[in-house]
Design a protein around this ligand. Structure first.
Ligand SMILES: [Zn+2]
Length: 251
């Protein structure tokens, strides 16, 4: 299996909220895209496990993902353990991404930080030939190391290394956010526990979805487009085509 762009998430909806536009832009460009969720988000304040699963399925369709898997690590308890590291290495070797997206290293939610660190370590160790792993069918896996690791922005601000224009897919990108209706204010999915609905979270506050639009518009403005998504890279980024760096239409 070859997935060109694999995004790692601590919780289902993390990628949709943070960088769904980049996923869609690459899908449109003919790349194969996937999301690897570490947990099922079972400790979410709002929404049941069933509604969350349905929402993830809907978002997967909107993003036209070629691959989505869940490692079923315990929510709010993602550990930097050998067992978890191995699970991520197996997935990287299975999907063989060229570019890996991961949460930022410094984040409000400790699960995001843990997922970022697991992603970083697994991306490196997956390339070591002497670390032996087997796929689900028990066959030995070939080593593979993604060529580029980019960290997407969630709760905490990180200075961006590169900003990706997502203007052509912006409305579709927002549909992937809307798919997670149970998490937002004023939305109720059938079967939801009413008492659960009263629990407010960062996401359920009025203005959270507005914030996603505003952030995209802000980063778009910084590169001279309508909407964009920022990423941070620990290494400098190169290009063979300096003209691909021109996103402004007016200087
Ligand atoms: Zn999250």
């Amino acid at each position: 299996m070859n997935i060109d762009l694999l995004a790692i998430a601590a919780h289902p909806d993390d990628v949709e909220l943070a960088c769904a536009g980049t996923m869609l832009m690459n899908k449109r460009a003919g790349k194969r895209t996937g999301i690897l969720d570490f947990t099922r988000g079972e400790l979410s304040t709002r929404g049941t496990l069933e509604t969350r699963a349905r929402e993830t399925e809907a978002a997967t369709k909107i993003l036209q993902l070629d691959y989505r898997a869940n490692l079923e690590m315990p929510d709010a308890n993602i550990e930097l353990s050998q067992e978890n590291l191995r699970k991520v290495i197996v997935q990287i070797r299975k999907t063989r991404p060229t570019i890996l997206l991961a949460p930022s290293r410094e984040e409000r939610h400790p699960d995001h930080e843990a997922a970022a660190e697991l992603a970083r370590r697994a991306a490196f160790y997956a390339g070591l030939v002497k670390i032996e792993t087997k796929d689900e069918a028990g066959n030995p896996q070939e080593p593979h190391r993604p060529l580029l690791l980019l960290h997407y922005l969630q709760g905490h601000h990180v200075e961006s290394t590169i900003i990706v224009d997502i203007t052509p897919v912006f409305e579709e990108r927002m549909k992937a956010v809307d798919a997670y209706a149970s998490q937002f204010d004023g939305n109720r999915m059938p079967g939801d526990d009413l008492s659960n609905r009263k629990r407010e979270t960062v996401l359920s506050q009025p203005g959270f979805v507005d914030g996603i639009r505003a952030r995209a518009a802000y980063y778009g403005r910084r590169i001279g487009t309508r909407y964009a998504e920022p990423f941070w890279s620990p290494e400098p980024l190169g290009t063979r085509d300096v003209f691909s760096l021109v996103t402004k239409t007016i200087a």
